[in-house]
Design a protein around this ligand. Structure first.
Ligand SMILES: Cc1cc2nc3c(=O)[nH]c(=O)nc-3n(C[C@H](O)[C@H](O)[C@H](O)COP(=O)(O)O)c2cc1C
Length: 244
């Protein structure tokens, strides 16, 4: 993954643990060589093609993750983070090769053995120009609104740079959606600078009809693109009218 500390230009988090240890011993991570976080982040703003971190939590709408990843890849480099619950709804192999492997909580600890080793949620926070949480479960929404950070996804959010786009695409059963907690939690997130891509009404996977279904992947990708363009990125040549 180019520009990601500790990387050799590919995707450092794909490499085997032993191989990574050997590489770190032979060649210190980029930040250890004197490239501070600020310099890495300055480098981010000079790129034309943005980097999107796509994060999925435990909603049945995760079955649309591959479709959303494909759409984001049209204008951005994409990495994917998933919670343990999200992984029940898809197989890594369903995702485009360009955004694999999917990163999870275990990668935090696989990458870290000693002081100076990369900390994955901080590396991802530096790497990404935008964070898209889709689907956003009621549970992860509540955790974000409360500042909890007990897994890779919520650690990235807690460490997130509020100057970069953060998009939330909630997906939940209508009864969960209509709980007073939902609006309270979303309001906290909006105050933190998040853009909420509102869910839609339809027949849900559980059979209930009503609001709470995740917005269409095309609408989530378009909202992300819009926010990135507003941040100064070109978003590639396959721009959709009205979005770039
Ligand atoms: C089949 C199934 C479907 C679910 N769908 C949703 C959903 O659409 N939205 C939601 O908020 N929770 C849903 N849940 C509950 C979450 O998976 C559960 O709250 C979990 O703890 C979320 O963890 P996470 O936020 O760390 O991913 C579902 C659970 C099951 C078993």
């Amino acid at each position: 993954m180019q520009g990601m500390p500790g990387s050799s230009g590919g995707a450092p988090l794909q490499q085997g643990e032993q191989e990574q240890r050997e590489q770190r011993e032979q060649q210190p991570a980029q930040h250890e060589q004197g490239a501070p976080a600020a310099a890495l982040e300055a480098g981010n703003s000079q790129r034309q093609r943005p980097r999107v971190l796509l994060a999925a939590s435990g909603s049945v709408a995760t079955i649309k993750l591959a479709q959303l990843a494909e759409l984001l890849l049209q204008f951005a480099d994409v990495r994917v983070v998933a919670t343990k619950s999200a992984r029940y709804f898809f197989q890594d192999g369903e995702l485009p090769a360009a955004c694999r492997p999917v990163l999870g909580d275990e990668d935090e600890w696989r990458q870290w053995r000693a002081v100076g080793d990369p900390v994955v949620h901080i590396e991802l926070r530096r790497w990404a120009d935008a964070l898209v949480i889709a689907p956003l479960s009621a549970n992860t929404l509540a955790k974000i609104a409360s500042g909890l950070c007990d897994n890779l996804l919520t650690c990235v959010v807690r460490a997130w740079d509020s100057g970069k786009p953060l998009l939330l695409a909630p997906a939940m059963n209508t009864f969960m959606w209509e709980s007073p907690f939902t609006e309270q939690h979303l309001e906290v997130c909006r105050q933190l600078g998040a853009t909420v891509v509102a869910p839609v009404s339809k027949r849900l996977a559980c059979g209930d009809v009503g609001a709470g279904a995740m917005a269409a992947p095309a609408d989530i990708a378009a909202a992300c693109r819009q926010r990135l363009v507003a941040s100064g990125f070109e978003c590639g040549s396959r721009a959709q009218p009205g979005f770039c």
